[in-house]
Design a binder for this molecule. Structure first.
Ligand SMILES: [Zn+2]
Length: 459
């Protein structure tokens, strides 16, 4: 039973400190509400914190169009309910279960059925009360006489509809939309065994680690280039709701130092509203080719620089890069192009060749499965097959070749010389700098104290 009576929660949420004090001011009912709703939002990183935060309420005026309603909703003011005066209201929250009707709920709340009819008769918006869904919650606010002063329909964690008694037996309707708080968060990590281990030790979710790898996917081969001592600094948005972390927003700025070379990227939302990552100078991080033709998530968890080193040195001449990876690991097209061969040979096993524009060809050998046909167009990052050991291969690996004008080239050096995706146009440069420089400055300021501290320790 989710049935309990208790005093109305203190509406002074906004008065609480921004620094997440351990104040358990929320009533049990609200806590139950939060728990109940937590089930409906996938929150892999939710911690068991239940501290009130200032929340932004953006009331949407109901059909009556009474703007003054807003004052009763502002979280920063303790405004008494319209007709409640200073009397203490009793609050009762009921979770809607399968098959519940509004009549059932009013009965359970011990509120007279006539109140329900007054409410339903109060306007079109009240009709939605007849279509309650399991998991939603109704909160009854009653005066000491047991008269309904307000009914709240909590549709989900972020939105509720309020029906507030005005005069006599009429109710007005307000939609209250709550928005999670966003705060920039900063993490720094140094790699000792793998990117994923370092990332999770630094408190990053797997999806953030992947996003970070994605940002640098044209510059760094996360399967072969990562070394012990590589490091990253990342600033991203964290989203909180009622003091509880409900998820992450995008990466705002990030830098990655690979074998002594530092790459930086910043998120920029252009004047069309599209978000992309750029270097601090405004060059796109997206390039014609990505460096790793494999799903690094699958291989990084088994990161071992030694194991990933070429193991087929005896084969001469060796014109490609070998990626040792578990059989079945997805293989990506490293750039947009057209499949010019998808076939089998005794030496190559299952192989795929892709033509990119006039000058470039990439080749993928020893696949278990081929997932594209000759003539087919493919996009960068499209899965074209899976790692195997068909042909002359002693174990599962991908043999990858990169050819320019028919000649084998080292993708590690050639990719940096290739034409880059479009940069921020000159006309938009001021806008770009205005938006991104504060983010980069903030990333630097986070990095700064840590570095200064290091210096102190090493006079
Ligand atoms: Zn090879």
């Amino acid at each position: 039973m989710q049935n309990h009576r208790k005093p109305i929660p203190n509406p002074r949420i906004g008065a609480l400190s921004k620094h997440f004090p351990r104040v358990h001011a929320l009533t049990a009912g609200v806590a139950v509400f939060v728990l109940v709703l937590a089930v409906f939002i996938p929150t892999p990183e939710v911690e068991a914190r239940r501290m009130p935060l200032p929340v932004k309420l953006s009331p949407v005026t109901g059909e009556t169009g009474e703007a003054h309603l807003d004052t009763t909703l502002a979280p920063h003011q303790a405004v008494p309910l319209a007709s409640a005066g200073t009397e203490a209201l009793q609050s009762l929250s009921l979770k809607i279960r399968n098959g519940d009707t509004l009549t059932d709920l009013f009965k359970r709340a011990k509120v007279h059925a006539s109140e329900m009819y007054h409410l339903l008769g109060s306007g079109r918006e009240a009709k939605q009360l007849a279509r309650l869904a399991p998991g939603e919650e109704l909160t009854f606010l009653l005066n000491p006489e047991g008269q309904l002063q307000r009914l709240e329909l909590h549709k989900d964690r972020l939105s509720q509809v309020r029906f507030t008694r005005t005069t006599g037996n009429t109710f007005k309707h307000t939609l209250v939309q709550r928005e999670p708080d966003s705060h920039p968060a900063y993490r720094h990590g140094e790699i000792s065994s793998s990117l994923f281990v370092a990332g999770s030790e630094a408190g990053l979710s797997d999806s953030l680690i992947m996003e970070m790898a994605d940002v640098f996917s044209s510059d760094i081969d996360f399967a072969l280039d990562i070394r012990k001592g590589d490091s990253f600094s990342i600033m991203f948005e964290e989203k909180f709701f009622d003091g509880e972390k409900i998820g992450n927003g995008p990466i705002l700025a990030v830098s990655f130092t690979n074998q002594g070379r530092t790459y930086s990227a910043v998120r920029y939302v252009d004047n069309k509203g599209d978000a992309n990552y750029f270097t601090p100078e405004g060059k796109s991080m997206r390039k014609a080719f990505i460096r790793t033709p494999l799903d690094i998530v699958r291989i990084s968890s088994h990161f071992n620089p030694r194991r990933l080193h070429p193991v087929f040195k005896s084969r001469r001449p060796h014109n490609g890069t070998d990626y040792a990876a578990p059989r079945g690991t997805p293989v990506y097209a490293t750039g947009d192009g057209r499949v010019i061969a998808s076939s089998y040979s005794k030496a190559n096993g299952n192989y795929i060749f892709i033509q990119h524009g006039e000058r470039y060809v990439t080749r993928y050998l020893h696949l278990t499965k081929r997932k594209v046909k000759k003539g087919q167009r493919v996009q960068q990052r499209q899965v074209i097959g899976t790692v195997g050991s068909t042909g002359y291969a002693t174990g599962p690996h991908l043999h990858y070749e990169f050819l320019v004008d028919g000649r084998h080239r080292n993708p590690a050096t050639i990719v940096r010389k290739l034409p880059k995706a479009k940069s921020v146009p000159t006309s938009e440069m001021t806008r770009f700098k205005n938006q991104t420089q504060p983010l980069l400055a903030k990333l630097a300021s986070y990095q700064g104290p840590a570095l200064a501290k290091l210096d102190e320790n090493n006079p």
